[in-house]
Design a protein around this ligand. Sequence first.
Ligand code: NAD
Length: 505
Amino acid sequence: MSVDYAKEVDSILRDLGISETEFIAGTLSVSTPLTGEQIAKVAMSNDSQFRVATEAARDAFDSWRLLPAPRRGELVRLLGNELRAEKAALARLLSIEVGKIPSESLGEIQEMIDVCDFAVGLSRQLYGLAMPSERPQHRIVEQWHPIGPIAVISAFNFPAAVWSWNAAVALVTGNPVVWKPSEKAPLTALAVSAIAKRACEKFGQDAPHGLLGLLIGKADAGEFLANSGSYPVVSATGSTEMGRSVGRQVADRFGRAILELGGNNASIVTATADLELALRAVVFAAVGTTGQRCTTLRRLFVHSRIYDSFIDKLKTAFGSVTVGDPLQDGALIGPLIDQHAYHQAQDVLTQLGASDAIVHGGERVQVNSESSFYMRPAIVEMAEQSEQVLRETFAPILYVLRYDKIDEALALNNAAPQGLSSSIFSTDVREIETFLSACGSDCGIANVNMGTSGAEIGGAFGGEKQTGGGRECGSDAWKSYMRRQTNSINYGNELPLAQGVSFEL
Ligand code: NAD
């Protein structure tokens, strides 16, 4: 029995109070990857709307920055509550728009709620340091001030959470936000923005018009934000190619870019690992979200002593995982986002199949229609890391290599140009600590006895090298959304100069 996803989307958006002019007759056609059918035609923002949203954000900054931070936190608390109330509808829309299985969509909305809770607490903890002065009757402190409108450019695969990682923290730190979501996921953005508007209405007139802007568009809308001097901070999530372009544009005007780009994540399974635990973790990290997470496990290094038995179990697990429409048959692996993603994956598998590599799985699975693209997850046994392995292919393809010495595995881990997530499975404290040490994994995330995906919001999220170097969410990532000011204060009657300099008039 086929489900009418277009009708369902229409009803979810109307229930959220979104005007049909925004999603019925626009020029941006949106399809569900579940069936490939068109589900909406979204109105795109034009150049004049880019400028209007930017001016409104600048105006909003003038008043928002003056509101005490804990009061700003109250808006984020209300936002969390509105998200709680709409969790089911929002998750359903997200599943239809990008094809995630229900529990992952619910998990993504839960992550938004969690980051709101985190940011509410943070609104009372925007601490600066006090430093001892070398001069008598002086003190030095640093304070953190709001910086200005934050531009957020987001990718299709986390169409809701990435906005909240930025917006919740940006709001409590005193900044308006203008969001340019992926053109592949504008409906979730419309829904999230409608929910945020409700929170602003409940908050009252202290939430200025223009505090949370939304621009629907393609790369040109992102380029506008990257180039506009009105955005001191641009947080951009997406491919390394996109980040290279945005990073240059923002640097050219001396703005600050928070770049959250492609990953090519690896796990090491050592000879002492708990293999049952490792197997479950590896399978989820490699095939969950159909291999379309920035933290998806793409490279696996297995110790020679356990290689054959582990790979056999892995092949069985990959072969048994269900592929299908997750909203109709409860499958664990849904579709790829579109035809382009499918062809990219197949091209890689074809190239490697013609080489010495051994390819297991990866076939297309016919589900719903010719215009939807489902595939079995693939394992590719490799003798070395070829150029295909060192590139991020956004699909469920896991490259597996064997190793003998931990240093060899570490070198393989660090050979990728990207540096987002990594993990080790081991019960040997020396191996674990080496992996976590200064000469261990070079990634922004290094886990022990767990997979590479599924980070919690409490830590700072992001990676090194071609992943862009940005950090978002927890820990002290909030500092990227503020400007630091150092204050030296003289409360005496003398004017001693620093470094003992004498300058008598
Ligand atoms: P993408 O780069 O195609 O698009 C991302 C966003 O950038 C979209 O909103 C797009 O319109 C915009 N964009 C594209 N080119 C631009 C340009 N030149 N200037 C300004 N904006 C531009 O990425 P995608 O296919 O949507 O997402 C998948 C990629 O995102 C993968 O590489 C994945 O690893 C990465 N990703 C990274 C993280 C992270 O936190 N590190 C999180 C999610 C996704």
